[in-house]
Design a protein around this ligand. Structure first.
Ligand code: XMP
Length: 530
C-alpha cells in the first residue's frame, strides 16, 4: 500500500493541478468531493493517509449553502493544507473570522512571508530592502480571513490581503490564500513538496519502475486465468493499457483495432507494426471504413456525426467480441482525469460542451467485467509508464487524437475524398513540425505544441497555379499550447514554418489551393473545430 494524500475538492478549476504536483513530489494522492462523509475520511487512515489538502472553490465559505469540510479532517491528527476556499473554511470552522465580499480579485501578487513556518522556511523569490522574504504568487481573493482561529499565527500577508497565509504548527495545519498548484506561483511546487514530503513525512514511494511491477501483479491477481479484450485506438492511453496488460498476461489479451477510415496517414499500418509486430500483441484489425462512411453519408451536424461514430464503433467492437467466446474482461484505457470528469458529470457539476465517446458506453452491452489498469494515473504518468514498458517514445509522446478522428476535422459531411486530402495535408504539417527546431529552446515545434492538426473546410476558393486557374478546397492549420486541454492558446508558430507548410500542402496535395492558420484560443473557441 502506498502512502497517500487526500485532496478534498470544493469545485476549483485547478484541483487536478494540486494532484499532479503532489504526484510529481513522488506521493500518491486521490481527489474526492469536498462533502464526503466523516466515515470516508476516517477510513482513509487504514489506506495509508498521511495528510489532507483542501482545494479552492468558486463558492464562498461564508455562504451557509456551500460545502463544509468534514469535521474529522481536523480531528485525525494528520497535517492539513487549506488552499484559498480551503483556507477560509479552515478559518471559519476552527473559530476564526471570514469576511464576505462580492468582489473577487485574481492575479499576480507579491506576498510577504512572516516568521518562520515549516511550510515556507527558506522558500522565497526575492528580498525587499528591509530584508523580508517575498513570494511571487497567483492569488485569488474576494472573501478574506480577517481573524485567525485560536492556536494559529500569521504566515503570509499582502497589503490587500492581510491574512494571506496562516499556520498552527502544533496541529500541523497550514493554509494559504494563494494557489501554490498553478505555475504562476513560482515556488508552488517547492511548497507542496515541503508539505507532503516534510510536514506529512511522505517518503516518495510513488515511482514508475515500482508501479510497473505492482500493476502487473494486480492485473494477474484480478483476472486470474481469464481472457481479456481491449479496444485499441492507437492513442496513448489504450496503447499503454495494452502494453501493460500484455506484460501481465501475454496471449490472454486480445486487442481489437477498429479502423473507421478516419485515422491519420499510415496510422493503421503503424499500429499493427508496433503492437502486433514489435511487441507481439494479439490484434484483430478490422477495416470498417466502408461501414462508417456509409453511415456518415449526408450527415452534417457535428453532434450527430459524433454519435454515429461512437455507435458504429460499439457495433463493430461488439461483433468482434462476440467471436471471442472466452473473454471475461473488457479492458479500457480510462485515466484519472476521465474518472474525475465522469464523476463531475454524474453530480451535474460539469457542463458537456461536446459528447466525448471514449468513456463508458461499452460495458453494459457486452456483459464483460471492466478492467481499467490506468484509472489512477494522470496523462504524464501514463506516458512515463509507456516508456517504462518499452513503447517507442515517439508513440508515447504523440499529440492526442480524438476518438472520432478526422470525422470532427472534416467540417460538415464526411466524404472519403475529403478524408484523403486532409490526411495528406495533416501529415505534411506534422512532418514539418517534427523537423523544425526552435533555436531558443532547442526543441522541435512538435514538442513545443500540445496538439496540432489540419482541418478540412469544404469550401472552394479561386487560385492560380502555373498558367491556370484553380478552384479548390481550403485547409486550416490548428496548433495549440496547453497543459490541461481545458484552456489553450494558439501557438505562435514561426512564419517561415507556416510558409513552408502552406507551400508544401498546396504543391503536393492536389485539390487544396489555400491554407489558413487558426488564431483562436480556447475559450471561446474549442481545440477541435467540431
Ligand atoms: P475540445 O475540442 O473540446 O478538445 O477543446 C479538447 C481535447 O479533447 C479532444 N477530444 C476528444 N477526444 N474523443 C476523444 O477521445 C472525443 O470525442 C473528443 N473530442 C475532443 C481534443 O482532441 C482535445 O485534445
Amino acid at each position: 500500500m502506498h502512502q497517500r494524500i487526500l485532496i478534498l475538492d470544493y469545485g476549483s478549476q485547478v484541483t487536478q493541478l494540486i494532484a499532479r504536483r503532489v504526484r510529481e513530489a513522488g506521493v500518491y494522492c486521490e481527489i474526492h468531493p469536498g462533502d464526503v462523509g466523516d466515515d470516508f475520511v476516517r477510513g482513509q487512515i487504514d489506506q495509508g493517509l498521511k495528510g489532507i489538502i483542501l482545494s479552492g472553490s468558486h463558492a464562498s465559505a461564508y455562504d451557509e449553502a456551500s460545502m463544509r469540510v468534514p469535521q474529522s479532517v481536523f480531528e485525525l491528527g494528520v497535517p492539513v493544507l487549506g488552499i484559498c476556499y480551503g483556507m477560509q473554511s479552515m478559518a471559519q470552522q476552527l473559530g476564526g473570522k471570514v469576511e464576505w465580499s462580492d468582489h473577487r480579485e485574481f492575479g499576480y501578487a507579491e506576498v510577504r512571508a512572516h516568521g518562520h513556518t515549516k511550510l515556507l522556511e527558506g522558500i522565497e523569490d526575492f528580498r525587499t530592502v528591509d530584508n523580508h522574504g517575498m513570494l511571487k504568487v497567483w492569488m485569488s481573493h474576494g472573501d478574506k480571513v480577517t481573524g485567525l482561529p485560536p492556536g494559529f499565527k500569521l504566515m503570509a500577508s499582502t497589503p490587500s490581503c492581510p491574512v494571506a497565509g496562516m499556520a498552527d504548527e502544533e496541529r500541523r495545519f497550514y493554509a494559504v490564500q494563494f494557489h501554490p498548484e498553478v505555475t504562476h506561483t513560482l515556488q508552488g511546487q517547492a511548497m507542496l513538496s515541503r508539505f507532503v514530503n516534510e510536514i506529512c513525512e511522505c517518503t516518495g514511494d510513488w515511482n514508475m519502475p515500482d508501479y510497473v511491477s505492482e500493476a502487473v501483479a494486480r492485473i494477474r491477481e484480478t483476472v486470474g486465468d481469464d481472457e481479456v479484450l481491449l479496444g485499441l485506438s492507437g492513442g496513448v492511453d489504450s496503447s499503454v493499457a495494452a502494453a501493460l496488460i500484455h506484460e501481465a498476461i501475454g496471449d490472454k489479451l486480445t486487442c481489437v483495432f477498429v479502423d473507421h477510415g478516419l485515422l491519420r496517414l499510415n496510422e493503421g499500418k503503424q499500429v499493427m507494426e508496433t503492437y502486433a509486430g514489435a511487441m507481439g500483441i494479439k490484434i484483430i484489425h478490422v477495416d470498417a471504413t466502408e461501414q462508417f462512411m456509409g453511415k456518415l453519408a449526408g450527415v452534417v451536424d457535428p453532434e450527430v456525426k459524433r454519435k454515429i461514430i461512437g455507435r458504429e464503433f460499439v457495433e463493430v467492437f461488439q461483433a468482434e467480441a462476440a467471436k471471442l467466446k472466452n473473454a471475461k474482461w473488457l479492458a479500457q484505457g480510462t485515466i484519472y482525469p476521465d474518472v474525475i470528469e465522469s464523476a463531475g458529470a454524474k453530480t451535474g457539476k460539469a457542463v458537456a460542451i461536446k459528447s466525448h465517446h471514449n468513456v463508458g458506453g461499452l460495458p453494459e452491452t457486452l456483459n464483460l467485467k471492466l478492467l481499467e489498469p490506468l484509472r489512477e494515473l494522470f496523462k504524464d504518468e501514463v506516458r512515463k509508464l509507456g516508456v517504462a514498458l518499452g513503447l517507442p517514445p515517439a508513440m508515447v509522446y504523440r499529440h492526442p487524437f480524438p476518438g472520432p478522428g478526422m470525422g470532427v476535422r472534416i467540417l460538415g459531411e464526411v466524404k472519403a475524398e475529403y478524408a484523403d486530402l486532409l490526411r495528406r495535408a495533416d501529415a505534411i504539417f506534422i512532418e514539418e513540425l517534427r523537423s523544425t527546431v526552435d533555436q531558443v529552446s532547442g526543441k522541435t515545434w512538435y514538442d513545443l505544441t500540445s496538439q496540432a492538426f489540419a482541418v478540412f473546410l469544404p469550401v472552394k476558393s479561386v487560385g492560380v497555379m502555373g498558367d491556370g486557374r484553380t478552384y479548390e478546397y481550403v485547409v486550416a492549420l490548428r496548433a495549440v499550447q496547453t497543459s490541461d486541454f481545458m484552456t489553450a492558446d494558439w501557438a505562435q508558430l514561426p512564419y517561415a514554418l507556416l510558409g513552408k507548410v502552406s507551400g508544401r500542402i498546396i504543391n503536393e496535395v492536389r485539390g487544396i489551393n489555400r491554407v489558413v492558420y487558426d488564431v483562436s484560443s480556447k475559450p471561446p473557441a474549442t481545440i477541435e473545430w467540431e
